[in-house]
Design a protein around this ligand. Structure first.
Ligand code: SF4
Length: 392
């Protein structure tokens, strides 16, 4: 079997991953470097920026200056770097850009949620969401252009996968939103477009950059997965105290496979084994995401089955209930009744599992994954009622 070793740091101690894990279902997924794109400085470590400074004939300390502008002050253009010599900026501009994309659309919901559509150099677009709460500000980041997971409830899945995002394109989303925010962004969730663990190396590099260069506490970073087993096992050995969120969405394999096609490849037993290993090695609790769809997976029986599935394992962690955010699907999925969500939560709690209901944010701006991109970039005219969420 072809095998590759991930990352450069801690060589020899990190797992060797089968190649198929990086592009499950697609062997031809291009990385951005293969698309003939000018490299962005966002995405480089301070050491890498120091090398770039030397490469353009400047002392290494100028690289630290670049890092301060990019990660500390969210500069998106060389012109903003007022204490960097003009000659250096001109040399840099020959081979590099600062930021890998531009904002082409932004919408604000009455609750303050902001949805961004970002256009990259190859013309591809991705979404990011700014989520202000009273006590903190979080952002939801994309990790790929599109997604290959094919979840039947998801707007992103309907366009398939185009390519992986670079670490710079992932961190750049955070910095772009921070640059426009008066409040400090303290949290980030990798729950936008894409499956982060299929873009493993760039996801890991972006997490390290957010921690070491941007200064976000790693404990405030959450990576969500549909259950990419080799990725979960690899992540447990990265020495990154982040939170892992498993998208469960169903308490058994049969129902889960109707929602997440990858459930046919990795069964719950195997996924939860990997999660147990993750919890044991990292000493971190997991979060279990449970998307509730009306009449499909929202009954008290499902809640009991879910509680018993998790109880059978040494798996501490909260269940996060997410009422379905409407998007047109051929299955005709609907939001669950508020009473059903409440009953489900109480049933879980009765069986010893804490559960929270995720606040629905940005209803008015298509804030669920993939909705805005589909609305703005699909050539065929889509009627608003097909894609905008139903506001209850
Ligand atoms: S829900 Fe997430 S993993 Fe599933 S298709 Fe959508 S973006 Fe991919």
């Amino acid at each position: 079997m072809n095998e590759i070793r991930v990352g450069a740091k801690n060589k020899g101690t990190r797992p060797v991953l089968p190649r198929v894990f990086l592009s499950y279902g697609r062997d031809d997924v291009p990385n951005v470097g293969e698309c003939g794109i000018v490299q962005s400085l966002i995405g480089m470590t301070t050491e890498e920026l120091q090398s770039v400074a030397v490469e353009v004939g400047q002392p290494a300390y100028r690289g630290k200056q670049l890092a301060t502008w990019i990660y500390g002050r969210c500069a998106s253009d060389f012109a903003q770097m007022t204490d960097v010599p003009k000659a250096m900026k001109e040399r840099l501009a020959e081979n590099y850009v600062v930021t890998p994309f531009s904002v082409v659309h932004r919408d604000t919901a009455p609750d303050g949620t902001m949805k961004y559509l970002l256009k990259m150099q190859d013309g591809q677009t991705i979404e990011s969401v700014y989520l202000p709460y009273s006590e903190r500000v979080s952002v939801c980041l994309s990790s790929q252009v599109g997604c290959a997971a094919g979840c039947t409830f998801c707007a992103t899945a309907q366009g398939g996968l185009s390519r992986h995002l670079t670490a710079g394109e992932i961190v750049g989303q955070f910095l772009t939103l921070q640059g426009e925010s008066e409040r400090r962004i303290s949290h980030a969730v990798y729950m936008g477009m894409g499956e982060p663990l299929w873009n493993y190396e760039n996801t890991i590099k972006s997490l390290r950059l957010l921690g070491s260069e941007v200064g976000v506490s790693l404990r405030n970073l959450t990576v969500s997965t549909v259950g990419v087993v080799p990725g979960i096992r690899a992540l447990s050995r990265e020495d990154l105290p982040i939170t892992l969120a498993l998208s469960l969405h169903a308490p058994n394999d049969e129902l889960r496979a109707r929602l997440i096609p990858t459930a046919r490849k990795w069964k719950l037993d195997e996924i939860l084994d990997a999660c147990e290993e993750y919890a044991e090695v990292t000493k971190r609790n997991l979060t279990f995401e449970y998307l509730m769809i009306g009449g499909l997976n929202d009954s008290p029986e499902h809640a009991r089955e879910l509680a018993s599935l998790l109880r059978a394992r040494k798996l501490p962690g909260n269940v996060n209930l997410i009422p379905f955010n409407y998007v047109m699907t051929s299955q005709g999925y609907t939001r669950p009744e508020p009473d059903a969500v409440q009953r489900f939560r109480l049933e879980l709690e009765k069986h010893g599992r804490t559960a929270t209901q995720r606040m629905t944010r940005g209803h008015a701006i298509s804030a669920a994954c993939g909705q805005l991109k589909r609305l703005l970039t699909t050539p065929k005219k889509i009627e608003a009622h097909e894609i905008l969420p139903l506001v209850r």
